[in-house]
Design a protein. Structure first.
Length: 398
């Protein structure tokens, strides 16, 4: 692989990410508005919302492992496209008030979410220039950010007017069109699979061997611990904002602000990480998560603090997600990238599920306790970052 990204490849990546942006238009509006939809339209409560997020993320964990194994065995690009196909029907959640149907939709989406993310991240690590890893991830998040801004703006206009059904129909249409465009535009680059030059079964996970590999366990801790905030916040913050303000539009604005900040911050931080290293940015991200959780724990009834801390915490988790492939590339052996990224997506899913399930019983009566628990879990990631940094330095000196 050449040390610089060819201009032709840069253009192909830009077109691919544009197509992915079309595909992702409905993701952020559904993620932010689904808790409010369940409470106001379906007749559910916070525990039902937590259960929906929990079942989705349970299947995300399963999909993550499957996606990683398939990526190492059959190809990272192929695994990415297989997983992405299961994410196309998320917006159908706004077309039904049936609780079983909602659980089915969120389960299918969860499998696709984990599977496609494992395939995408391992494809970036395997096939794209090493010194551009975080920059590529930054622009990938930007594509989602642009989609989130457009999608959230449309949702803000529709949710208190025509309602959720037009939003669901539009979301389905853009997801199906976007998937077709992604399939056409995603670059086809050389990649390594676990079966190349090996007599072993390429579809074997080999969990015990992976656990003994350098850096794997610490990497899995890093992907899981800060994500507990993301899971708790996805359920709790929309409900807290709605309870304080009684405004669905404010919840949509919260999604829009998150998207705008991530849109501009993540590409810049990705470029910084590629030129100066990932360790300072990821440490700052982990600290932001802790500060955000503590702020909400202290004042869960103050609108401005919940709003600002929610945005700060989302940025912190976004920085961690942005730099996950870069750190994997520094500390994980190339032959196991797909499986370790898949396991990392699984621990991400477990962290998200723990946070969202904890939010259900605690958000109504004890929101402060919820975020104190989140802060403690997030703080545990800081020494993990130190261990990974030491391991990366040792590996570089070998």
């Amino acid at each position: 692989m050449k040390s610089t990204t060819p201009a032709g490849l840069s253009r192909r990546i830009a077109v691919w990410f544009g197509a992915f942006g079309v595909f992702s238009l409905s993701f952020e509006p559904v993620r932010i508005l689904l808790p409010v939809y369940v409470v106001s339209e379906v007749g559910g409560d916070a525990q039902m919302v937590a259960a929906l997020f929990g079942i989705s993320v349970f299947w995300t964990a399963i999909g993550s492992v499957l996606g990683g194994v398939v990526a190492d065995a059959l190809g990272h690009r192929r695994s990415y496209l297989i997983g992405l196909s299961a994410r196309t029907f998320l917006a159908a959640a706004f077309l039904t008030t049936s609780v079983p149907a909602l659980f089915v939709i969120m389960s299918i989406f969860g499998i696709g979410w984990g599977w496609s993310d494992s395939g995408f991240q391992s494809y970036v690590i395997q096939s794209f220039p090493r010194e551009r890893t975080a920059t590529i991830m930054g622009f990938w998040f930007s594509a989602m950010g642009v989609a989130a801004i457009i999608g959230s703006a449309i949702a803000t206009a529709l949710v208190e007017g025509p309602g959720y059904v037009p939003l669901g129909i539009l979301g389905l249409a853009t997801a199906l069109a976007g998937y077709a465009l992604v399939g056409i535009t995603v670059p086809r680059l050389p990649e390594r699979t676990a079966g190349n030059g090996s007599g072993k079964n390429p579809l074997r996970l080999e969990l015990r061997r992976l656990a003994r590999e350098r850096g794997v366990l610490a990497f899995l801790e890093l992907t899981g611990l800060p994500t507990i905030l993301h899971g708790a916040a996805s359920v709790a913050i929309p409900l807290l904002l709605f309870a304080i303000s009684d405004s669905e539009a404010l919840v949509a604005v919260y999604a829009l602000v998150n998207a705008i900040i991530l849109l501009f911050a993540l590409p810049l931080l990705g470029r910084l990480a590629d030129t100066r290293g990932p360790w300072v940015p990821i440490t700052v991200g982990a600290i932001l998560v802790v500060i955000a959780a503590v702020a909400i724990a202290l004042t869960p009834g103050v609108l401005a603090i919940v709003f600002i801390a929610g945005v700060a915490g989302r940025l912190g988790v976004g920085i961690k997600d942005l730099l996950t492939p870069t750190i994997a590339r520094q500390v994980i052996a190339p032959a196991i990238h797909g499986r370790v990224i898949g396991l990392g997506s699984m621990t991400w899913s477990i962290g998200f599920m723990v946070g969202s399930l904890a939010a259900g019983p605690l958000i109504d009566e004890h929101p402060g306790m919820l975020f104190w628990l989140v802060a403690i879990a997030a703080a545990a990631a800081l020494p993990v970052i130190g261990r990974l940094r030491t391991g990366a330095r040792s590996a570089a000196n070998l």
